[in-house]
Every structure is written in structure tokens, then in C-alpha cells.
Design a protein around this ligand. Structure first.
Ligand code: 2AM
Ligand code: CA
Length: 265
């Protein structure tokens, strides 16, 4: 397996896909909702996923592809080489703001993350990591993550999780929100994981993400010594939806012990 070539192709296609998305800003979007009125998809999400799939199929016909919009394969295992793609992560932001969204591309080998790319299309910023070879923002190497205490941290989570909702008891996050230095919510799981990787935020929580939302970010954050688990501290399942808790080292343990112990299984 020529991983250097796969890495180069993944980056080239991601930048090309980003260029096409930037060009699409001058055209009219076709918007549909999927499972709920806030779960959106556009023609650009679909075209971008197809763009990747055509290129991967042509050069790597034996690779499997898991894509959010469903043009790839139906996977029941992670055997062999698997591309996990979210053509636009943060579609609501893409539609409403034309910013704060990203392309997320990951390549796994027998379930192990090898290459993770998160491309902030509007800022032309490519966050990338190859397992064991460091993580970068464009050409700049990112330093390993350092420990931080809860009261000096900025955490990212959606305000939904501290109001009445069907996924988590709101009294679990409220005390954490009170104790931290600040909270943020950007609306793109991939970018929020990239922000943990760069140290702009210290932790990120989501109650339900799909593999394409976190596959690349997991590789990036792990490469820098951060921790990516579900809220119970368990490894993420790459074939199912998961709760997600991404954090700097040390902080992960402190938050788990002092705030998440009340979680029911
Ligand atoms: P998406 O834009 O690719 O759907 C928004 O807080 C974040 O959660 C985004 O990364 C979004 O990814 C993700 N997400 C996962 N499932 C979602 C859903 N059903 N509806 C809206 N956003 C979802
Ligand atoms: Ca998406």
C-alpha cells in the first residue's frame, strides 16, 4: 500500500473539491431536509461526495467508501482500506453563513485511522494528519496538546444540552458550563475537533454524531495526544452513531470524574 500516494491524492482531491464549493457560492443552492427540518442537504453536498467517489473508484477500485450522502458503499465492517467522507460538515452553516463548514476525509486500514483531513474551505485551511507522522495546519506543524484545568478551559457544546432535551439530563452539563472559562458552539463537528487539535478550544461535546462527522478529527486529535471517546469514556464505533467527547489530555479525565459520573448507561 502506497500511503504517501494515497495521502497526496486525498489532499489534492480535497483542495479541488473545496475550490468547486467556493465557486458554487455564486450559484443558487437546492436545499432539502433529511430526517428532520434541521437536518439539511444541498445539491453541493451530493455533488461533492460524488466528486470524491468517482476519483477514488477510478484509482483505488478495491477501497471501500462510507459517505454521508449514501453514494458510497453500505458497510458492515471496516476490513481493508476504507474512506470515510463528509462532503460538507456543518451544512446548516454552509447554507446560512457560507462559512464555518468543512470537508472531512479520513482513510482507515482495518479499522485503524491512517489519514485525517479537515478542510476549512472558506479560509483555505487544511488540517491534516498521517498517523505517526504528526499533524499540520497547511504547512505548519501543530505542537502536542498540553494539559489544562477545567476552570481555565474553553469548551464547545450546543446549548441544547443544558435545556430540556431527549438525549441527556440537562443537570449534567450545567455545572461544567458554570465552572469553565468560556463556552463556544461552531456547528461543525469536524471544525470543532480541528479547533481542539490547534488548542483554540480545550474540549468538544456532542450527543450524537455519525462516523463521517468525527473520523478525520479523531486521527488529528489522537496524533497530538488528545483524547476522543464517547461520553462514557469508551472508544468510538466507526459504523454507528456515537456520543462524542474530545479533549486535551488531563482535562478529559478531570471532566469525566467530576462531571460525567452522573451519566446513565
Ligand atoms: P452535518 O452538517 O454534516 O450534518 C452540528 O452541530 C454538527 O452535528 C455538524 O457537524 C453536523 O454535521 C452534525 N450532525 C450530525 N447529525 C446531525 C443531524 N441529524 N442534524 C444536524 N446536524 C447533525
Ligand atoms: Ca454533512
Amino acid at each position: 500500500m502506497n500511503w504517501r500516494e494515497i495521502d497526496e491524492n486525498a489532499k489534492k482531491w480535497t483542495r479541488e473539491a473545496g475550490e468547486r464549493i467556493r465557486e458554487s457560492f455564486s450559484t443558487e443552492l437546492m436545499i432539502h431536509s433529511k430526517t428532520s427540518p434541521d437536518d439539511l442537504v444541498t445539491n453541493i453536498d451530493k455533488e461533492t461526495e460524488k466528486f470524491f467517489i468517482e476519483r477514488i473508484r477510478e484509482i483505488y477500485p478495491d477501497h471501500q467508501i462510507l459517505g454521508e450522502e449514501g453514494f458510497g458503499d453500505e458497510l458492515d465492517n471496516l476490513d481493508g482500506t476504507v474512506w470515510i467522507i463528509d462532503p460538507i460538515d456543518g451544512t446548516m452553516n454552509f447554507i446560512h453563513q457560507q462559512r464555518n463548514f468543512a470537508i472531512s476525509v479520513a482513510v482507515y486500514e482495518d479499522g485503524v485511522g491512517k489519514i485525517g483531513l479537515i478542510y476549512d474551505v472558506v479560509h483555505d485551511e487544511l488540517y491534516h494528519a498521517a498517523a505517526g507522522e504528526g499533524a499540520y495546519l497547511n504547512d505548519t506543524k501543530l505542537p502536542a496538546l498540553e494539559e489544562v484545568s477545567v476552570d481555565q478551559s474553553i469548551i464547545a457544546l450546543n446549548a441544547t444540552w443544558i435545556t430540556e432535551n431527549k438525549r441527556i439530563d440537562p443537570t449534567i452539563f450545567a455545572p461544567l458550563v458554570k465552572k469553565v472559562r468560556g463556552t463556544r458552539s461552531y456547528g461543525s463537528a469536524a471544525l470543532e475537533m480541528a479547533y481542539v487539535a490547534t488548542g483554540r478550544i480545550d474540549a468538544y461535546f456532542s450527543m450524537r454524531l455519525s462516523p463521517w462527522d468525527f473520523a478525520a478529527g479523531l486521527i488529528l486529535v489522537n496524533e497530538l495526544g488528545g483524547k476522543v471517546t464517547n461520553l462514557h469514556g469508551e472508544s468510538l464505533n466507526m459504523l454507528e452513531q456515537n456520543s462524542v467527547f474530545v479533549s486535551k489530555p488531563g482535562l478529559h479525565e478531570e471532566i469525566s470524574k467530576d462531571f460525567l459520573y452522573k451519566l446513565k448507561k
